[in-house]
Design a protein around this ligand. Structure first.
Ligand code: ADP
Ligand code: MG
Length: 490
């Protein structure tokens, strides 16, 4: 059997967060009545002139700085000419030869491995309108028809292109997630994938393991969820391998993913740059970005997730995985910092576990954003402190968390951790006499496990510990239980 290697490069369209369009004053608000937010400039009606949106450029600079890219001192807008019903002006204003952002890189975490994804470029462009295919649209002769909504025409995009350096769908998804998290963190994109603010085109090819040259690629367009991205790549990889193994050849083309059937379908044969007759847009001057402007944008940058990850791993011994979870958005990072400020460095690891574990999964299940979390760092802090000073076990801490969480989401007044411990009698039993009494009870009715342990079965020991913890309703100090039980059995 031939071993195949997968090669993937992604092109991501991120919608830049601005009030107005990239070249006009029309609103970019999502969801307005069709065709109420496209103005004469967006449609390039005769006599209009585009004016570049300063905010869009600042977002591009901010992104470029965050990925350590080169910011072009003078980038050029070009017209990309093509016909499509959602582009009545007949061309899209984009950047071809001199994009605003050149190079850069992004770190991703695949399993436990950090991998660097090199970026080729990022260029500014305008979005097109949208074809609307809905049942009930009937043409003049009674035929089924489609509508065109031009509200999206002229919405500012930053298209971010990677080198062909990803080697699996998992890496592609990890990259897309890292990029999504970064652009939202920076405030340059709202990240709303349902509304199309972040969509990926996946370029996929395969080659025999060990071969230097790339295989012929296909480009799968407009993947607007991480799951679709993953499924589309997996399907496409299988398709290409089967095709080649059956003696066929991959043709370079643009394909569409159909999520209902989990397959990609040919859309059109691949066009190359010549087909678009690119030329510099005569209505727009070069975008001049001087050092002063870059410095100004740099001064307004928030601390970057990669910096925080590095710092937290070094200072608190967090794993790359925990560091990644805690920096997936600014709100999570903020809660971690607040919690840390209360409990101090020795409990950093426990703080990370609580936020990335119980806390994040409860928010997730309830569909609540971190920013609106009903429990605050102060609640979490006393939980950690009581575990650290031996008042409660980790297991009980989880139960108390659940009690506080329930109070919080049902709008009740939230108890303090100490109140819950007192009222429910959850204090950890650390009195060795009391623990020994429980151990004796349990041993008396579990002679079989005792014999098994004596016969050399370590598993039987763990079973006994489990029984003792259960008999103490989770309150016995686990460390002491282990120690005392071993003493008793030896
Ligand atoms: P185009 O301008 O036609 O879209 P580019 O050469 O700019 O083509 O590449 C677009 C994307 O395709 C980039 O992300 C690049 O990394 C990726 N790519 C190029 N060649 C391959 C290949 N053989 N297999 C997979 N991806 C590729
Ligand atoms: Mg492309």
């Amino acid at each position: 059997m031939m071993q195949w290697e997968v090669v993937i490069g992604l092109e991501t369209h991120t919608q830049l967060q601005t009030q107005s369009k990239i070249f006009s004053g029309a609103s970019t608000r999502f969801g307005a009545k069709p065709n109420t937010q496209a103005c004469a400039v967006d449609l390039a009606l005769p006599g209009v002139l585009p004016v570049l949106n300063r905010q869009a450029v600042e977002h591009a600079i901010r992104f470029g700085l965050a990925v350590g890219a080169k910011i072009s001192p003078a980038s050029i807008f070009a017209r990309k000419n093509y016909f499509y019903p959602d582009l009545p002006k007949g061309y899209q204003i984009s950047q071809m030869e001199t994009p605003v952002i050149i190079g850069g890189k992004l770190e991703i975490l695949v399993g436990d491995e950090v991998k660097v994804v090199e970026l080729t470029r990022a260029h500014m462009e305008e979005d097109a309108g949208k074809s609307v295919h809905e049942e009930g649209f009937i043409g003049p002769h009674g035929e089924p028809s489609s509508g065109i909504d031009l509200n999206r025409a002229g919405t500012p995009l930053l298209e971010i292109v990677t080198e062909p350096v990803m080697r699996s769908s998992a890496e592609a998804v990890a990259y897309a997630k890292a990029l999504h998290s970064l652009v939202v963190w920076l405030g340059v994109c709202d990240g709303n994938m349902q509304e199309g603010s972040f969509r990926c085109d996946a370029n996929v090819s395969v080659r025999p393991m060990g071969q230097k040259e790339f295989g012929t690629r296909c480009e799968i367009k407009n993947l607007n969820s991480f799951r679709f991205l993953e499924e589309a790549i997996q399907y496409e990889v299988r398709r290409q391998i089967e095709l080649i193994e059956d003696g066929g050849t991959v043709v370079q083309e643009t394909r569409l993913y159909d999520p209902d059937r989990c397959e990609t379908r040919s859309m059109r044969s691949k066009e190359d740059a010549n087909d678009y007759r690119y030329f510099p847009d005569p209505d727009l001057l070069p975008v001049v970005i001087d050092d002063a402007w870059i410095a100004q944008v740099r001064n307004q940058m928030p601390a970057l997730p990669a910096q925080l990850r590095e710092q937290w791993q070094a200072d608190y011994g967090l794993s790359p995985y925990d560091a990644q979870l805690l920096t997936q958005d600014r709100d999570t990072a903020k809660v971690f910092e607040e919690l840390l400020a209360i409990v101090g460095k020795p409990l950093a690891k426990a703080a990370a576990n609580l936020i990335a574990g119980e806390f994040a999964s409860s928010l997730n299940r309830a569909g609540i954003a971190m920013a609106n979390a009903p429990l605050k760092a102060s609640h979490l802090a006393s939980l950690l402190t009581r575990v650290a000073d031996g008042t409660i076990s980790n297991k009980i801490a989880k139960d108390i968390f659940a009690i506080l969480w329930e109070e919080a989401v049902t709008g009740k007044s939230i108890s303090t951790v100490d109140q819950v411990i007192d009222m429910r009698g959850l204090k950890q039993i650390s009195d060795s006499g009391a623990i020994e009494a429980i151990i004796d009870q349990v041993l008396a009715v579990n002679q079989k496990s005792v014999e098994e342990f004596r016969a050399g079965k370590e598993k039987a020991f763990n079973a006994l510990v489990g029984q003792i913890m259960k008999a103490s309703q989770g309150k016995a100090n686990p460390g002491q239980v282990n120690e005392l039980l071993r003493k008793k059995l030896s």
